[in-house]
Design a protein around this ligand. Structure first.
Ligand SMILES: Nc1ncnc2c1ncn2[C@@H]1O[C@H](COP(=O)(O)OP(=O)(O)O)[C@@H](O)[C@H]1O
Ligand SMILES: C[C@@](O)(CCOP(=O)(O)O)CC(=O)O
Length: 962
């Protein structure tokens, strides 16, 4: 892309009218979009306009004038031909579209009109069958009055395209496409279409309506298109306060022809409108990000309810792969059908926050029925022919709080009879883990708001959990949809009063259903997270680390299945009910198997892992969900290779923050290990411990040491799938619980662990920075630095080892006064953090927490814990630290967007629900009056809020712990 000195702006048309415009295009100052710094990313380009004003105005002035005083060599003469405000806008648009020239005209339809004028009578125009009503109207006019031969085909069908190309050959002069289409969100392969058309008719112009995506998400000129047009009224301006159309072109001869037409017809955008549009462009990327993430939540919500939803972001969308090859996001428009026109009308009419309006791309959310609104100009029979359902509802998502949008939509769906409550919505929605002993304050809502912005996966999982409280009703569901709807939401047997809340019922005494046959079906396990006090990272390289379990756990339920399928449900990873038939798994390449006695192999089998990775790759799961599924399937297939293949459904949920350095992956790995070892009969779990004098209730030490070792070995293997090169400390804590010192067996050194009681009485504050990071990458980064500079590495490791040694001595020295103990531990935390910072695994957010906690009036010691790079910080709270001061500190941390909570350390390790006492179903009708209705345990597990998991588990039966 050529670079233009910014002082040459604005360009200087020397003559008036047509010649002015066209000639000026070949002027070097205008021949290409000018990038004064083409290394800027899109969001930066949006807010940096290349404009120089004689008075230094920061915002582009509005040249509200029709004429300019004629001066020889003057820059402008007549606004129809050129105006400085318009030039500024067009320059900015060309930067964003990465094209030679962009034009701003009065509306999107004007843009299309200018483009369609490039064809002559008799020329063939191929257009999609799912296009905007206005486009269809203009094309029909062109066909009738301009003599163009317009063919509508299903552009997703290569066969249909080939047929027209074969029939019309070089007479095909223009191909009009939208991707995704409006309103069916069909995805077209722009490159494939451009290539096949250009092969047959090289002069043909591939014209893409890019309005649904904007240049932020899709730039079709890079995919072989010749012309892009965009309704600037939509995302580009973003506020529905201006109308505009944009044409973006790369080929010079096309540039000239369009410039000629705009100048001749006087369709250029007026100066004031140019100014408004320029202002809107500044926030394009942030608006789009927010709109797209909310759209994704709304799509998941409706999909979980069982509606047929059209949205390329959904895994089920048939064009998803193509879409994400050519675009950077799914956009913010989706549509869904209800199966009933009258019901759709009631839904659309019943919303309050969603404005009933045509158009899209605005900061306000809109709802419409295309067949009676934006697409009404297409005759009903043509709509039917083109597969546009009359009951289709289109949602154009804005920037409101997503929860308000879902509230409003839900109310309307309920009122319209499109969904029915399963449970009363007074049950709270899962939000953040509330583990602090200090009550959640008003800041909680700020933290939750932050969560919605920062963590799309948890926001989406919130929407899905929410949808699961309803079931679809009213409209005639086809049986397949109904199955899906019923399967997605909790299936409640019987016809119990569905306004009862599960939350209420769980609060009451559960009616535990016990039949021995059923009792065998549910395997329920849990394992704690951990806090590393000293030695993280260094432990990977053989240094002693000190860690303890915390009172936040991962839970999992495994159900044996009679069929040959494996189903995974990992709501925390937004992976729902993913199912494979056992036959479809890559058994041929997967040769990993257990050692003869059922023990875990010491290392991952890389060939098997690669085969499984490749197999899962086709599912297009997000990275975290991919690795989570990989860990399960790796263990599962390895265990199957022991002899027998068993169908199972597995669901895991965590009360721990994930990816925050608190060992969520290890607790997750420990659960996989314990559950699947039981499935394959490799773990003999003792039955009830009730009444056994040798076992301390609630079942501590009920699982013996050799079983613990077995579980830990398999958990380590799963942890390796997730982490690459873990030390083993996290899974050791997750399995064994309590506090321990840990050394990895590495470089011929014998590893080992020792139980530690010392810091059980210490109060710790864990503060989640909410900065996501990946342990795998951080561990690998430290490894690389150590390899590059071994002397530095040795110094780092020796330093951390001596801290661990001192900490161990301190924790076991009963003669130390409490004061000396706390002071000693504090200074070791600070010293250890400094080493970690030098290892390069700290983060500004962690340093900020250290500064806040370390300064007056708190003067506390803090270090990062776990892999760092974000994640959590651990702060030691001395015994005499007052509650008021602690509250003030928590409040300050929350205000900064962090999530602090007090934790207790040293709790139980891996637990297994005692099958002989465990519930297999929960009675909804606990009063005993009326017909009873039981929710299978797995469904109840799915429904319960994350923060209630612990209580739920306790009420469900007796637990056996290591
Ligand atoms: N509840 C869960 N469900 C599914 N996967 C999980 C769960 N908890 C953890 N994981 C897996 O572990 C990964 C987090 O590991 P990691 O980055 O080491 O963070 P942490 O410090 O929490 O262990 C997740 O991306 C996911 O793959
Ligand atoms: C950095 C490390 O020492 C601890 C990682 O803990 P976490 O994944 O951040 O919870 C790595 C390891 O020990 O495997």
């Amino acid at each position: 892309m050529s670079t233009t000195p910014s002082d040459s702006y604005p360009p200087t048309p020397s003559l008036s009218s047509l010649a002015t415009s066209v000639d000026s295009l070949s002027n070097s100052s205008r021949s290409k979009a000018s990038f004064s710094n083409n290394s800027y990313r899109f969001g930066t380009l949006c807010v940096t306009t290349e404009h120089k004003d004689q008075f230094g105005a920061s915002s582009v002035p509005i040249y509200q004038t029709a004429t300019f005083k004629g001066m020889p060599g003057g820059q402008y003469d007549y606004t129809r031909s050129g105006n400085p405000t318009r030039t500024a806008l067009e320059t900015q648009l060309a930067r964003l579209y990465e094209c030679r020239r962009a034009f701003a005209v009065s509306t999107g339809m004007t843009a299309l009109d200018m483009i369609i004028r490039l064809v002559s009578p008799g020329d063939v125009i191929i257009a999609g069958d799912d296009i905007y009503g206005g486009t269809d109207r203009l094309l029909t006019f062109t066909k009738t009055n301009g003599g163009a031969d317009v063919r509508h085909i299903d552009m997703t069908s290569q066969e249909q395209l080939d047929a027209v190309l074969e029939e019309c050959g070089t007479k095909v002069k223009m191909v009009l496409i939208e991707s995704p289409t409006n309103p069916m969100l069909k995805v077209l392969d722009i490159k494939r279409i451009a290539d096949s058309v250009h092969t047959v008719s090289p002069d043909s112009l591939i014209v893409v309506d890019n309005t649904m995506m904007s240049p932020y998400l899709q730039r079709p000129l890079n995919l072989g298109a010749d012309i892009i047009y965009d309704s600037g009224t939509k995302y580009l301006s973003g506020h529905h306060d201006v109308m505009a159309g944009i044409i973006a072109v790369e080929r010079e001869e096309v540039v000239k022809r369009i410039a000629f037409l705009i100048n001749s017809t006087g369709t250029g955008l007026a100066p004031f409108d140019c100014h408004v549009l320029l202002r809107g462009l500044k926030t394009l990327s942030i608006r789009m990000d927010r709109q797209a993430s909310t759209a994704s939540m709304v799509a998941s919500y409706l999909d979980t309810l069982g509606f047929h939803v059209n949205f390329p972001g959904l895994l089920s969308h048939p064009g998803r792969d193509i879409h994400f090859r050519q675009a950077d996001g799914a956009g913010a428009v989706l549509s869904f059908s209800t199966g009933d026109v009258a019901m759709s009308e009631r839904i659309v009419g019943g919303t309050r926050l969603w404005g009933v309006s045509v158009s899209f791309g605005c900061v306000n959310s809109l709802i419409s029925m295309p067949c009676v609104m934006s697409h009404a100009s297409i005759a009903a029979d043509k709509r039917a022919e083109r597969g546009l359902p009359e009951d289709l509802i289109r949602l154009c998502v804005g920037i409101e709080d997503p929860r308000d949008l879902i509230d409003d939509l839900e109310r309307s769906l309920l009122e319209a009879g499109a969904i029915y409550k399963r449970f009363d919505d007074s049950a709270s929605i899962p939000t953040t883990p509330t583990t602090s002993s200090i009550p959640e304050s008003a800041h909680a809502s700020a933290v939750i708001n932050h969560a919605f912005m920062a963590d799309p996966a948890s926001a989406e999982s919130w929407a899905v959990q929410r949808a699961k409280r309803f079931r679809r009703g009213g409209a005639q569901l086809d049986s397949c949809e109904e199955d899906a709807a019923v399967g997605r939401a909790a299936a409640i047997a019987g016809t119990a009063d569905e306004t009862e809340t599960l939350g209420h019922r769980l609060g009451e005494k559960l009616d535990i259903q016990q039949t021995s046959a059923q009792a065998q079906e549910d395997i329920v396990v849990s394992a704690p997270g951990k806090v590393i006090m000293f030695g993280e990272h260094a432990v990977v390289h053989g240094v002693t680390a000190i860690a303890a379990s915390i009172n936040l756990r991962c839970f999992a339920i495994l159900n044996k299945r009679p069929d040959q399928c494996i189903r995974l449900d990992l709501p925390d990873m937004a992976l729902y009910e993913k199912e494979w038939t056992l036959d479809s798994l890559p058994w041929d390449e997967f040769t990993a198997s257990p050692l003869a006695d059922g023990r875990a192999p010491a290392e991952l089998d890389q060939v098997s892992l690669k085969a499984l990775e490749a197999f899962l790759h086709d599912d297009g799961l997000p990275a975290n969900a991919h690795v989570a599924a990989l860990a399960i399937l790796y263990l599962y297939m390895t265990l199957c290779n022991h002899g027998v293949r068993r169908g199972a459904s597995y669901c895991a949920r965590s009360a721990l923050p994930i990816g925050a350095g608190l060992g969520s992956s290890a607790s997750y790995a420990a659960c996989i290990s314990a559950a699947f070892l039981q499935l394959f009969g490799l773990l003999s779990v003792p039955s009830s411990t009730k009444g056994r004098p040798d076992v301390t209730y609630p079942g501590r030490q009920a699982i013996n040491d050799s079983q613990a070792t077995l579980i830990n070995e398999w958990a380590f293997l799963a942890e390796k799938v997730i982490h690459g090169n873990p030390s083993g400390i996290d899974n050791a804590v997750a399995v064994r619980g309590g506090g321990l010192t840990f050394e990895r067996a590495i470089n011929g050194k014998q590893g080992g662990m020792k139980s530690l009681q010392g810091f059980k009485s210490v109060r710790l504050l864990l503060t989640d920075t909410r900065v996501p990071r990946q342990t795998k990458l951080l561990v690998a980064g430290v490894g690389e630095r150590m390899t590059a500079d071994p002397a530095w590495g040795t110094r780092m490791m020796d330093g951390i080892q001596s801290i661990s040694d001192e900490a161990q001595a301190l924790l076991t020295d009963v003669s130390k006064s409490r004061g000396d103990f706390v002071t000693g531990l504090s200074s070791l935390l600070d010293r250890n953090h400094e080493y970690l910072a030098e290892l390069g695994v700290s983060h500004p957010a962690l340093e900020l927490i250290r500064t806040k906690t370390g300064s007056a009036p708190y003067h506390l010691s803090t270090k990062l814990t776990g892999a760092g790079g974000g994640g959590c910080a651990v702060t030691l709270i001395p015994d005499d630290f007052s509650t008021d001061r602690l509250k003030a500190l928590l409040s300050e941390l929350r205000k900064s967007g962090f999530r602090p909570y007090l934790t207790s350390v040293g709790g139980s390790g891996l637990g297994i629900l005692d099958a002989s006492t465990g519930a297999t179903a929960i009675d909804l009708d606990a009063s005993g009056a009326g017909e009873s209705s039981h929710i299978p345990l797995r469904e109840a597990f799915h429904e319960v809020n994350a923060e209630e998991l612990e209580t739920w588990a306790e009420r469900t039966g007796d637990w056996l712990f290591i």
